[in-house]
Ligand binder design. Structure first.
Ligand code: DGY
Length: 324
């Protein structure tokens, strides 16, 4: 690289990623603040750089591309990319890459953990002890749901969804049904003996519905009052993908009225969730603060893959993890 290109890393990532960028002769500016950059701060900084290593919380919308159409490449420290106006990036001729597969196991573990935690009311029971309310052990109190032999409905049988299915099959012998956006069967179908069904059948037959799809115009708000009404009253709803896929008001209503049994969420709508949110005090709800990819290994993978996109773009003109 003759002239050193300048890369803005919009929030501090594991050092392995920074080392890769700098090792390739790129100059980095890394935002190390406690809070993410506001959009105007991001734009002002990006205007002084050639490339951006972004976060899923950055707003890369039309206004961003109007101000930063000069960027040569953008790579994101995440698998999800619902924060970017991809059409605008393309119109500006800016290739965009992400980090697919970097957090498959970590995120599936969170969905699996939430399923168990919800079925046995872990978080609510923990709060009871903290509140000094563990006094007696009544034979008929605190009963949860059994998971063995139940049906798991995966909404989006991609990498993470299939890992969740694999865990549930191995641990509890669960039957797997799924829906996918594409007409073709998922490449994971055969290994899991999974059966592709319609969205309606998934809702009607699943004991646990687990969401692993991306957020897009087709999936935004798809889990609404109508969807919850089609689920079993004993069903658990898990979302470890994007909060925008469920309608939170409808979910609260469904839980309060016994339309479904429980919910385990690693993502909320909006994020962050406020402390007074009704979901946090419900007996059969477990909420986590979007920590699906928060393991040392997954975050290192994300840093490595997102840096690799930028290095490879400058060295070979291609992004290994290009989003088409
Ligand atoms: C992802 O990679 O999309 C995770 O949800 C972190 O944003």
């Amino acid at each position: 690289m003759a002239v050193s290109k300048k890369v803005l890393v919009s929030w501090d990532i594991p050092q392995i990623g920074i080392d890769m960028l700098e090792g390739a002769g790129l100059a980095t500016t890394v935002w190390k603040g406690e809070a993410p950059l506001s959009q105007s701060e991001l734009i002002a900084l990006a205007q002084e750089h050639d490339a951006l290593l972004s976060q899923s919380t950055d707003k890369l919308d039309e206004a961003f591309f109007e101000a930063c159409g000069h960027l040569e490449v953008i790579s994101q420290f995440s698998v999800g990319y619902d924060n970017i106006n991809l059409a605008k990036a393309k119109a500006c001729g800016i290739p965009f890459g992400n980090a697919p597969g970097a957090m498959t196991e970590a995120t599936a573990d969170i969905a699996f953990g939430l399923m168990i935690a919800t079925s046995r009311k872990f978080f609510y029971m923990h709060k009871k002890i903290v509140a000094g309310e563990w006094k007696i052990q009544k034979p008929q109190a605190h009963l949860g749901l059994d998971l063995r032999g139940k049906t798991l409905g995966i909404f989006g049988l991609g990498k993470i969804g299939s890992e969740m299915a694999r865990l549930c099959k191995a641990a509890y012998g669960m039957e797997i049904i799924y829906t996918n956006r594409s007409e073709a069967p998922s490449i994971y179908e055969k290994d899991l003996q999974a059966k592709k069904v319609s969205f309606e059948t998934l809702l009607e037959q699943s004991d646990v519905v687990s969401v692993h799809a991306g957020l897009n115009t087709e999936t935004r708000g798809i889990f609404d009052a109508k969807a919850f009404a089609q689920m079993k009253s004993t069903a658990i709803f898990i979302n470890a993908a994007r909060g925008g896929i469920h309608n939170e008001t409808d979910l609260i209503h469904a839980l309060e009225n016994g339309v479904i049994w429980g919910a385990g969420l690693d993502v909320t709508n909006p994020e962050p969730m406020q402390a007074e949110n009704k979901l946090l005090s419900m007996e059969t709800v477990c909420v986590l603060p979007h920590i699906g990819s928060a393991t040392i290994g997954a975050r290192n993978n994300m840093a490595r893959m997102s840096a690799e996109n930028i290095v490879s773009f400058y060295e070979k003109g291609v992004l290994p993890y290009l989003v088409e």
